[in-house]
Every structure is written in C-alpha cells, then in structure tokens.
Design a protein around this ligand. Sequence first.
Ligand code: GDD
Ligand code: MG
Length: 347
Amino acid sequence: MKALLLAGGLGTRLRPLTENLPKPMALVGNRPWLEHLIVNFKNQGIQDFVLAVKHYSNEIRNHFGDGRSWGVNIEYAVEETLLGTAGAIKNAENLLSDRFLVVNADIIHEVSIMPLLDYHIQHKGIVTIGLTEVEDPSQYGVVEQNGSGKILRFVEKPKRDEAPSRRVNAGIYVMEKQVLEWIPKNTEVSIERETFPLLIEKNIGVYGTTIQGYWMDMGTKDRYRKLHWDLLDRKFSLPLQEKEQDYGIRIGEGTKIGSGVLFVPPVLIGNEVHIGDRSVIGPYAVIGDRCEIGHHVRCSETIMWNDCKVQDAAQLKNCIFGYGLELGSRHILHEAVMNRTAGGMKG
Ligand code: GDD
Ligand code: MG
C-alpha cells in the first residue's frame, strides 16, 4: 500500500517561518517533520510514498530525492497550479495503488496504520477517515456518525455552535481508488468541502474511526510551540538523535558549552552548537544544529532553527526563529517569531 502525503499547502498561518519553505518541512525536534513522518510510516511497513507538492517543491525534492537514503521509494506529483486537497490526490492518480493512504503532512501524530486499515477492510467503505476529538472543532472538519461508524455529515470548519460533534478529521484516510472517479481532473477541488460531502450524499460508504495516541495540527504558531513543549514533556516521542545527558537535557554531538552555563530542563540542543559562558538555557528551549549563543544569554520557551546566532546578554522568551537568524547583543525579545529574510532583526 502506498502513502500519499499532501505537502503542497501554503502554510500562511506559520509565516514568516514558512516564508520560503513548505510547512511539512518545518523542523520538529530539530528535524524536518516530513522526515519523521516518512521514517515512522516506514517502521510500520510502508515502503512507497507519493509526495503531492506545489510550493517550494524543490526544498522537498532536494532533501529526499528518490528516498533511497531513508530506505524507501519516493515519487512526486507536482501541481502547476494549486489543485486543493482532492485535486492533489487526482493529480497523483497514475502513481497510486488500488488502495492507498492519504495524509495531511502537517499533522504531528503517532497514528498506528494497522488498526485504521483493519477497520477499513471490515467496514468495506470507499474511504475511512481517521478521527480525533478536540475541544474546539471549529478549526477542523467535523463529522456526524451513525452507530456503525458511517459518516452522515462532514462539515469543514463550522461555526463553533454549529459543529455536529467534537469528533474531527485527523487528516489521515484509507482510500479505494474508486474515489478518484468522483474528482474532476485539472480542477481545484477540496476533499473536505466538496468530495467528502458528495460521497456522503451519494451514500457510497464513508466511514470514520478514532485514532489513538498524540495528535496535533502544527498549522498555527501556538500549536507549533505547544507540540514542542509536549515533545519535551514526553507527551509523545520522536526518535531524537540528541542524547539525554541528564534528565530532560538532551545535547547533540560536537556541541561546546562554556563555563557556568545552566540548563534548566527540559531542553533539546542540536549538534555543533556553541553556548557562551554563564548563559541560562531553558526551561523549554529547542536549539538547532550549529547555532551560536553568546555569553550571559537567557533563553526560555524558545525554538531556534539551525544556524542562528544570538550575541551576548540577549534575553529571549517565547520566541521562534527560522534558519540562520542573527540577533545582536542585549536584545530583549518576547513572543517574537522571525526569520532571516522576512521580519528578521539584526543588531
Ligand atoms: N499538494 C497539495 N495541494 N497539498 C495541499 C493543498 C494543495 O492544493 N492544499 C492543502 N494541502 C496540504 C497542506 O500542505 C496540508 O499538509 C494538508 O494538505 C491540509 O491542508 P491545511 O491547509 O493544513 O488544512 P487545515 O489544517 O486547515 O485543515 C485540514 O486538516 C485538518 C486536520 O488538521 C482539513 O483536512 C480538516 O478537515 C482537518 O480537520
Ligand atoms: Mg493543517
């Protein structure tokens, strides 16, 4: 069974982090999320992937190539114009198997594929949607089901008081290829707003089952932060390469730490990072590979991607920095989200 990963959206709510980057390539625990996703699925027996890409597709292609380095096969379905979530699936038609998985590549999860697949086979639907429960369903696709799990209604992003339940589309589907007969070619089509409602209306068998384990859509800055704090708090696990040196303190290879540096756990520090004397890092700091932090810096509740430079005595709280941001000495920043090219500050 192949997995089609939808990785072509614009990621507007994560700007400026995703200014030059497809959202699923955002770092999660110091590695592109798409890499974690592919490795996780490979460990569950998926060998063949199709990546549906559009914006900054070269970022993805240059990183993964044909997938060989990860021991998987990767093919690409590139859209010339944005085709929407269903249009992207239709565009990949020639590359798909008779039954396949579709995954929103911006979802952080620990989904077990086998139970979802078993459910799909038992219920003989044309689509089985993985579901999860959330407090506020208004930002998601919300379903109403009958007792046998059949979906009677699918409402994308309803108003708060109009949501039929708190059970929402988790962004992972098992699909039969017949679904593609219901999607027009070369046209922008939304699976959530058009195809699912159509299949339900025609009563062709759309089912849903709740997935277990951690689940988070990384699509907003608040959720992007939250998933990192959850990772550091061990609410879910990823195969992090950084070794745990003390409880809650993970440090990568080749990292140099000055004298009197205080790590307040939990922290995750990448490879070849330099941290100057008497800096205080944490609680809740994720620092990417090759970052250079000066002396007397204070850095908490902050995520920094690779190659950032923070000069002496800067104070950072609740910030997110994209690749290669440079920050002058003594800057005091709270709740800043910046990258080098868009909205970056240099001092
Ligand atoms: N190739 C391609 N082409 N990919 C696309 C396109 C497109 O035109 N549009 C969106 N995507 C990709 C995005 O990159 C993302 O990985 C995924 O499809 C979902 O798009 P989002 O823009 O992130 O949608 P959302 O988060 O608002 O809502 C979706 O996800 C929720 C779960 O988090 C919907 O599927 C909701 O129903 C669902 O509850
Ligand atoms: Mg999303």
